[in-house]
Write a new protein. Structure first.
Length: 749
């Protein structure tokens, strides 16, 4: 009997159908096993039922394009029985009758939290298999990984994994560890540490931002602790990482439930894009080896911590799906589990060095886009020893950290400094990438293991020519140069271009279409900072200009006083821009505010106009022409905003407190609108006037403006300081360089 005949009328349960292997498997069953009844176990989404999710998958996913082209979508849905099942849930699970269950669902993550990995691969599986036995399932096809034996050198035969580890004890210990780690993260000593870290990162953004960053630091610490705990526990038990440990223990769960019945354990190696079905190069997102391929193509991995002669056991996803279908159609004898390797390393190996040569040659003639659309310079891997590479990484990371802190603390901004920041970003990204690969992939790239596939080969030999043509999984059918150069690497590059646009350049200011993007013109705000954004000035120079215009003789003493106070002002500004402004505006104590207004109108106004950025003024006018509400929000004094007030519908600035005679007291009427206060003011203002912040624009130049910029849907960093420049590039915010756009003086009207 052929495969289709063997599975005719069989109720085949499948998990993980929304994943990569699951889609390939379901597409193969729908295309070539027409009389099997498929029972799909899938969880519902936040706004969709399980059936809706599967229906949308068949209707839109590229794996099922052939089914849709043949008009078979309705027939395919009619063959499916969709069950809403969440394996992470602990509630009792009941399944309808199932003849064979193919369990594909799982997490292919090498750095999961330890307790999450156990929930996915052991405790959740235990609950599923108990329900499957109650539902009368006679045959289980359990998907594991060949790398449960990756730490053993030499050829590894197909057979049971080690049985000296109690998976229940390990799972319970992982849960208790997670609970203890959460408790430790909340003790006063740790919270003080997280607050200090938050102050260093976002101290000028306000208490709310500090609290948010401190909690983020706490959750990162918890995750890092549990990821590292999983990795170390796995290695003390002889496994590469938490993934392989929990997958090995998942096999123990399968053996407990089905070992005395009919059990097929399929162990794929590194699963990548399809060889033929549903079409050559079919790929859904990046898979295990793809970040390395893209890292090489982008020049982000200058070296790789692997043995050049190590076998990189890559297998196309359709060969894995075929293995699962054939295994489901050929149950092993009762009480004699089958262990099947779905890989290529034993019969058609490709080494790490050969893989590197083919991939590099591909990018030589078809480069990925780099900075400014040009191709990147590809590195030459020489495969140094692990110790040498780790030393280089530690040294480079330390130097890069010093350079980053120096740049961020530099008080001035400029195009040259921003270029230096971009180069540093790229260098740090490369170091992070290489460090991550060293930690996660290093063990796999240094393995001397070869996974034998004798049982899988024997199963393949049982197929007739017709089934071999449809469901074959012979690794010798792969021509590595043809597959990598013409199929897989182009598929990976296509995913990269769609999902991960180049980060080497940031977008310019967004276009301003008629009516405003994302809402009506009346509901769109265009909010501008003043100093460093609309004008190339600051509160210190504006103050000194005013003193010079008012009293040239007293100017020398005022300038000397400001110079002596600069270190104190810098310290205050680092703690918060509001603290600096409050301290600085004490210099206006005793000033006649009405006289200051007259000074600005009579003498100082023209000087201030010459500091305006022509590009900024053009941008303000563009917004006004579109009917947007223009707003100037600044920590500068209102008196100094008078020359350009006509450009804006609203001006929010600092007002000096005065006594009955109009003499400044040295204090402000209200807190200065900077940092988090500016963000709160903007949200309140938008609510009062009925504006849509998601469709609005904000323009600013300083790191202290980050909370303000986050309020809107269209943030623009204008000639940003080094810290804001790095944040803007990371967040993919628009970056405008207006200082050098042109040098002609601007007019406010």
């Amino acid at each position: 009997m052929g495969i289709a005949d063997r599975l005719a009328g069989v109720r085949v349960g499948i998990t993980g159908v929304t994943g990569f292997v699951g889609q390939a498997l379901m597409a193969r069953l729908l295309d070539d096993v027409p009389d099997a009844q498929l029972v799909v176990l899938s969880r519902s989404g936040s706004a969709a039922t399980a059936y809706d999710r599967i229906s949308e998958l068949l209707d839109g996913a590229s794996a099922f394009a052939g089914l849709r082209a043949r008009g078979g979508l309705d027939d395919g849905l009619a063959r499916l029985e969709v069950l809403d099942v969440d394996l992470a849930d602990t509630a009792p699970l009941t399944l309808p009758p199932i003849d064979v269950l193919i369990h594909v669902a799982g997490s292919v993550s090498f750095d999961s939290r330890i307790e999450e990995a156990f929930r996915t691969h052991t405790t959740g599986v235990d609950r599923l298999y108990a329900a499957a036995r109650e539902a009368g399932c006679a045959h289980l096809v359990h998907v594991s990984t060949a790398y449960v034996a990756a730490r053993q050198p030499g050829p590894i035969a197909e057979g049971p994994c080690r049985d000296d580890i109690d998976w229940r004890t390990e799972a319970d210990a992982a849960e208790r560890l997670a609970e203890r780690t959460e408790v430790v993260s909340r003790n006063p000593r740790m919270l003080t540490r997280f607050l200090a870290e938050a102050h260093r990162r976002v101290g000028s953004h306000g208490d709310q931002a500090i609290g948010h960053e401190a909690e983020s630091a706490r959750t990162r610490w918890v995750r890092d602790q549990l990821v590292d705990a999983g990795r170390q526990r796995a290695r003390t038990l002889g496994f590469a990482d938490t993934y392989t440990l929990t997958k090995a223990l998942g096999e123990r769960v399968a053996e407990e439930h089905f070992g005395a019945h009919r059990l097929s354990v399929v162990r794929p190696t590194i699963i990548e894009s399809s060889l033929e079905h549903p079409y050559p190069g079919w790929l859904e997102g990046f898979k295990v080896a793809d970040p390395i391929i893209i890292g090489l193509g982008r020049g982000d991995i200058p070296e790789f911590p692997g043995f050049p002669d190590a076998v990189v056991d890559i297998v196309p996803v359709d060969l894995v799906a075929n293995t699962l279908v054939v295994a489901a159609a050929h149950p092993p004898p009762t009480g004699a589990p089958a262990y099947l390797t779905a890989g290529t390393g034993a019969r058609n190996p490709v080494t790490l060095h050969r893989l590197y040569e083919i991939v590099r040659a591909h990018f030589d003639h078809d480069p990925l886009p780099g900075r400014e659309g040009r191709g990147v310079q590809l590195p030459s891997w020489r495969f140094p020893g692990v110790d040498s590479l780790e030393f280089q990484l530690r040294t480079a990371t330390r130097l890069s950290g010093v350079a980053a802190r120096t740049i961020e603390r530099t008080p001035m901004a400029g195009a040259r400094l921003r270029r230096l920041g971009r180069d540093l970003d790229r260098s740090e990204r490369r170091l992070r990438t290489l460090s991550r690969f060293q930690e996660i992939y290093g063990i796999y790239a240094q393995t001397e293991t070869v996974f034998l596939d004798d049982q899988a080969r024997a199963l393949l030999d049982r197929l007739d020519d017709r089934d071999r043509a449809t469901f074959g999984f012979d690794p010798c059918a792969i021509d590595w140069v043809q597959y990598l150069d013409e199929v897989h690497v182009p598929a990976v590059s296509a995913v990269f271009r769609i999902e991960m646009p180049p980060r080497s350049t940031a977008p310019g200011p967004p276009a301003l279409p008629e009516g405003g993007e994302g809402g009506s013109a009346a509901g769109v705000l265009a909010v501008f900072d003043l100093d460093g954004t609309v004008a190339s000035t600051d509160v210190l120079t504006t103050y000194l200009r005013a003193r010079l215009a008012d009293d040239p003789v007293a100017f020398v003493g005022a300038a000397a006083s400001v110079l002596r106070s600069l270190p104190r002002y810098a310290r205050l500004d680092a703690r918060g821009r509001d603290r600096f402004l409050r301290a600085f505006y004490q210099r206006f104590e005793g000033a006649d505010v009405a006289a200051l207004d007259r000074l600005v109108a009579d003498e100082l106004g023209q000087q201030l106009l010459h500091t305006l950025s022509p590009a900024a003024i053009r941008r303000v006018r563009e917004h006004r022409q579109l009917g947007h509400t223009t707003v100037l929000v600044t920590g500068a004094l209102r008196s100094f905003c008078a020359p350009i007030a006509s450009l804006f519908d609203t001006v929010a600035a600092c007002d000096l407190a005065t006594d009955e005679a109009g003499i400044a007291t040295g204090h402000l009427v209200s807190p200065p609108l900077v940092g988090a206060t500016r963000a709160s003011w903007l949200r309140a203002y938008a609510a009062r006037v009925g504006a849509d912040l998601s469709a609005s624009f904000a323009y600013a130049d300083s790191r202290s403006d980050v909370p303000f910029l986050r309020c809107v849907g269209n943030p623009v960093a204008v000639d940003p300081d080094p810290a804001l420049h790095r944040i803007a590039r990371r967040e993919r915010w628009a970056i405008a360089e207006w200082k050098d756009a042109d040098r002609a003086p601007a007019r406010a009207s």
